[in-house]
Design a protein around this ligand. Structure first.
Ligand code: ADP
Length: 170
């Protein structure tokens, strides 16, 4: 059997947006398997805890049979090695993303010479979109339907309301 081409799409996904989903859909057409991995950064406390973020990504990507969702505390270079993946997929929104991503791509290749980074340019519809923008808009009660997958809008609104009421601890 020929080797499967596996790619990792890493990020915070706090929460997943339509910009992320657009990259997932395109990358899933290029690779045999795409693993969307929530990279857990212990210094950063998000709106959602990592397992809940993963659950939202799972729900939003159910229709893509070759997409899996995972969480990891590992270094990306180690995680990719363990999964047998040779490609990291990244989305580029603007030049402002480029410098950091360029540096990360070099570091990852230094740590794991079998690992390449592939950049997909954001669809122009989503170049302005980030998880932070979604959280900011959500905190004002704005309509999120143009920014996040429809299946998860209720979860985001609920989490933001809990936060605002001082009940949620993410
Ligand atoms: P952010 O918190 O900035 O929204 P993440 O850390 O979750 O993003 O991002 C994971 C990956 O997805 C990164 O490669 C990032 O550049 C990419 N990405 C984020 N938003 C978009 C978008 N709107 N269009 C394309 N790629 C995106």
């Amino acid at each position: 059997m020929s080797e499967q081409h596996i790619a990792i799409y890493p990020g915070s996904f706090d929460p997943i947006t339509l910009g992320h989903l657009n990259i997932i859909k395109r990358a899933s057409h290029i690779f045999d398997r795409l693993i969307v991995c929530i990279m857990v950064n212990s210094e950063k406390h998000g709106l959602f805890p990592p397992e809940e973020r993963a659950e939202l990504v799972r729900r939003a990507t159910e229709r893509f049979p070759n997409v899996e969702v995972d969480c990891s505390h590992e270094l990306l270079s180690e995680y990719a090695r363990r999964k047998g993946a040779h490609v990291v997929v990244k989305g580029l929104r603007a030049m402002s993303d480029f410098e950091k991503e360029f540096q990360m791509a070099h570091i990852n290749r230094r740590l794991n010479p079998d690992l390449d980074t592939m950049f997909l340019t954001s669809s122009e519809k989503y170049t302005f979109l980030s998880s932070s923008v979604v959280k900011e808009l959500g905190s004002y009660g704005a309509d999120l339907s143009e920014f996040v997958p429809r299946e998860i809008i209720g979860d985001i609104e609920r989490k933001i309301r809990e936060r605002q009421a001082g009940l949620g601890r993410a």
